[in-house]
Design a protein around this ligand. Structure first.
Ligand code: NAD
Length: 313
């Protein structure tokens, strides 16, 4: 019986996790490629005798799942499950669980770092000095500005309460939000309308999952509602944003700046036109990449896998 483990950063925590899996009689197959596995590579190693997987953003499509004939459980090393065909997994009786909350603090902190970068352009200022130019860029204070948090789940709530600590006005838009104690405790407003949230926010930060419903939530129409001075932060998933429309909006100053940690294709092609813009920045899906979050993701995803396998074999 084997377990396939694909995330690159998992290797830092094998001393704490492998013995747990090995004590249950599982051999471990590691991803030694140094990158995310392709669908064909997953099928090749997991066609038979692989009962469980711990995966990052590897694509587990219908074709992959149907070809991994002994697979019983998939444990996500992280939160977003959009890379896994959940419908097919359910039909094939394959259990799926994410490491909910394991990286919320780290992603929330990166979202704030991107807000500060957009407001004060620290990397540009530092680049100027290193290139021999003592040049400043006019900044903007975050204090008193309105932050619209779209998606009030684990990460959105962490961002919202930290922003309150920065003396920002914070509204959350999330049609499924139920944690009213949280709103009272942190003096945060829940807005019932996406349109109103976008129209009133100086900074819009996306913290919702990618689904059929939320794909291209940010498009030419919704960008058009935002203030010309607005900053868009996306640490969730690239496909929440229609990148063609974002390019036009940034180029034509329909909004002022966008900072993303995610992209529809990661890494983006070298000729990606958004990368040519001064008012766009992209970090390499680094939101959860802190030593604290990576350790929690490794331990939680291992324990989740063990729990799922125990109940299905
Ligand atoms: P979560 O499930 O706790 O929260 C998602 C929230 O979005 C929920 O409260 C849900 O009600 C809300 N939502 C759903 N549809 C909505 C809609 N149409 N409009 C507004 N809100 C809606 O998830 P989370 O842990 O907070 O993660 C949020 C996102 O962050 C996910 O997309 C995840 O993939 C991404 N993520 C990115 C990184 C990174 O490294 N950049 C790391 C972890 C998670």
């Amino acid at each position: 019986m084997k377990i396939l483990i694909t995330p690159k950063s998992f290797k830092n925590y094998i001393e704490k996790t492998y013995p747990l899996l090995e004590s249950l009689g599982y051999d471990i197959i590691e991803n030694k490629s140094g990158r995310t596995l392709t669908e064909d590579e997953i099928i090749e190693v997991a066609r038979e005798n692989v009962y469980g997987m711990i995966v990052g953003i590897d694509i587990l499509s219908e074709r992959v799942l149907k070809n991994c004939r002994d697979l019983k459980a998939i444990s996500k090393y992280g939160v977003g499950l959009d890379n896994i065909d959940l419908e097919t997994a359910a039909n094939l009786n394959i259990k799926v669980k994410n490491a909910a909350g394991s990286n919320s603090t780290s992603v929330a902190e990166l979202a704030l770092a991107l807000m500060f970068e957009a407001a004060r352009r620290v990397s540009v200022l530092s680049g100027n000095v290193k290139n021999g130019r003592w040049d400043r860029v006019m900044g903007m204070e975050l204090t008193g500005k309105t932050l619209g948090v779209i998606g009030g789940g684990q990460i959105g709530k962490e961002v919202a309460k930290r922003a309150k600590g920065l003396c920002m006005d914070v509204v959350i838009y999330d049609p499924y939000f139920k944690d009213f104690n949280y709103l009272r405790e942190h003096n945060i407003t829940l807005c019932q309308s996406l349109h109103e949230t976008l129209a009133s926010s100086d900074i819009v930060s996306l913290h919702l999952s990618l689904t059929r419903e939320t794909r291209h939530l940010i498009c030419s129409e919704t960008l058009g509602i935002m203030k010309p001075s607005a900053i868009l932060i996306n640490t969730s998933r690239g496909e929440l944003v229609d990148e063609g429309s974002l390019y036009t909006a940034l180029k034509e100053k329909i909004i002022s700046f966008a900072a993303q940690d995610v992209f529809s294709v990661e890494p983006p092609p070298p000729d990606e036109k958004l990368l040519t813009l001064d008012n766009f920045l992209l970090t390499p899906h680094a939101g959860a990449y802190t030593s604290e979050a990576v350790e929690r993701m490794a331990l939680d995803s291992t324990n989740n896998l063990i729990e799922m396998l125990r109940s299905s074999i």
